[in-house]
Design a binder for this molecule. Sequence first.
Ligand code: SF4
Ligand code: SF4
Length: 319
Amino acid sequence: MTGTIFDIQRMSLHDGPGIRTTVFFKGCSMHCFWCHNPESLSVEPDIQFFADRCILCGRCQEVCDRYCHSIDQKTRVHDFKRDSCTKCGKCTQTCAAGSLIKTGEVITPEELVKIVIRDRVFFEHSGGGVTASGGEPLLQSAFVQRFFAILKQQGIHTAVETALNVSPESLTAVIPFTDLFLADIKHPDPDRHRSATGVTNELIFGNFRILEQSGRPYVIRVPVVPGVNDSETVMRALSTRIGSLLHPLYLELMPYHEYGLKKYNSLSREHSALDALHPPSKDTLVRLAKCYDTVKVIFRDGAKTVTVSGGVLCEKEEP
Ligand code: SF4
Ligand code: SF4
């Protein structure tokens, strides 16, 4: 069995409790226009080219059989002809500047366990563990199931970050091996959800009910995207829709951020829809957090965690 991943981040602090190693799986079943991981969308490998990191050394030009790279030392311009690229990755191995990166590595669950287990000492001292993220990790549910089964045998805490737009079978397969779910919902209205993400939300709410019935701990995560769901009307409607869910640990508002913009350029992808988007202010987030009656709401503000519960606001510095 193999899976396709595109990154492994060590020392993560916001993907579940404690210090975590987060594995990013490639492939997604949604197309949120604000996605900050555009390299995750396709399950196929991608070649990212960060022009601002290029030192024009010319090594990539020397190794590419397809003549995709041409470097003009006079004008100091590096032209990458993506259309001719077979994504073999040869040039990325020669680029010491980190300007060319191949995203998408095929790996077995056993190989992945060997990598993440290196940080066991951090997990043990912080109450942390391993998180599967993406992309949508549950599109590779059988792989995650096997990966987590081995980690559970070794006593390691496991968490999944998911948008829940997957078959109920894919979700139920991993539930016995997952200690915590961090599950997204973007909009309460099915049509608005489809126009923002490409899919309706009925499957997602159905999967929330499966999580609820399973008794596994879960957190509801709501990305706050200007013009999509950053109004009190939308948040109150979402509060009503999730009102029948009795057991979420809390709801986390995840403000839109601009860190993904450079990645769109690195993949030569269009991102004009993002140019007018700016992160919501703290005041907006407090206002939106107060729309929820039945669940504690948190969001992060720099190094602080802000909690709103029963209309009462509390701020705490992160350790
Ligand atoms: S190998 Fe990297 S740094 Fe050198 S020219 Fe190619 S992209 Fe630029
Ligand atoms: S990935 Fe392969 S084909 Fe594509 S530019 Fe690099 S060396 Fe050339």
